[in-house]
Design a binder for this molecule. Structure first.
Ligand code: SAM
Length: 260
């Protein structure tokens, strides 16, 4: 699907400049808004639309009237609970000072929790293969103004626009403590997040033997998979499943124990 860049309904010098910069970064065309509503632009251009506002970038996929934009999402309430009890942190064994690679960044909610845990001595990298999603999230993590307690952790996350397997293949052995993957579920679940408008844009590729082999080569401590509770990927790829009663998704872990 083609994507174009435009400004908010009433453009300013700031939003016009943002639109130019965004289009240049992503190699896309800028289309003047001319006070057209989104549904009209969708009809005229048959393209997904990135709207550059003063405070954030919003993506309107074709046929969607609700935009996708960065928001801490589930990280907002998870960050208020004891982090050592967060299921991702518990299964991964992630601690302060660690390096965390999120192979499937999406909304960056999991990466944000990991970033809170690793702190200023740690490192978080997030791979996102869809360039538009990656850029909306990259800009959001950089500029989000609410929830100041999360700013440092947001700004720490380095967003890489690349397929995770390609990124992993270029890495040295044992260079991250934890490697995490959360591919799109093959079974649809009711989503409370604002990721829902992006279902069609996201990369729906599933876990492969090569992906897991590369993750194991790169991880010192653990490789973690999140998947639908009915997924057989845990067993297929050798993850030890942590059953979470009454939840739609489970975590699985492969312990590497290469840290000493
Ligand atoms: C289920 S979402 C991840 C949600 C994320 N854990 C969060 O907390 O918001 C999966 C995301 O990973 C991306 N993705 C899927 N396969 C990928 C791959 N092989 N490499 C990089 N990104 C991938 C999709 O485009 C989508 O944005």
């Amino acid at each position: 699907m083609k994507t174009i860049v435009t400004t908010a309904y009433r453009p300013t010098e700031v939003t016009k400049r943002r639109a130019q910069e965004t289009a240049q970064f992503l190699g896309l065309q800028v289309v003047e808004r001319n006070k057209r509503p989104i549904y009209k632009l969708h009809g005229e251009l048959a393209a997904d639309i990135i709207v550059c506002k003063k405070e954030r970038l919003e993506l309107y996929p074709v046929g969607q009237s609700e935009p996708f934009f960065f928001h801490p999402n589930s990280a907002a309430f998870r960050s208020k609970r004891p982090l050592e009890n967060d299921p991702l942190i518990e299964v991964s064994g992630l601690v302060a000072g660690d390096a965390f690679l999120d192979c499937t960044l999406g909304m960056a909610s999991d990466a944000l929790i990991a970033s809170l845990v690793v702190g200023d001595r740690g490192r978080v990298v997030g791979c996102e293969s869809d360039p538009v999603i990656a850029h909306v999230i990259r800009e959001g993590l950089k500029n989000y103004q609410d929830m100041p307690k999360l700013h440092e952790s947001m700004r720490r996350i380095q967003v890489v626009t690349q397929h995770a397997v390609d990124y992993l293949k270029a890495l040295d052995d044992d260079c991250f403590d934890v490697v995490y993957m959360d591919p799109m579920f093959t079974e649809q679940i009711a989503e409370a997040s604002n990721f829902a408008p992006l279902r069609n844009n996201a990369d729906h590729g599933q876990l492969t033997e090569e992906w897991v082999t590369e993750a194991k080569r790169v991880a010192r401590k653990s490789v973690v998979l999140k998947a639908h509770f009915r997924s057989t990927d845990f067993e297929t790829f050798g993850f030890k499943r942590r059953v979470r009663p009454n939840t739609k998704f489970h975590f699985g872990v492969i312990q590497m124990d290469k840290s000493q």
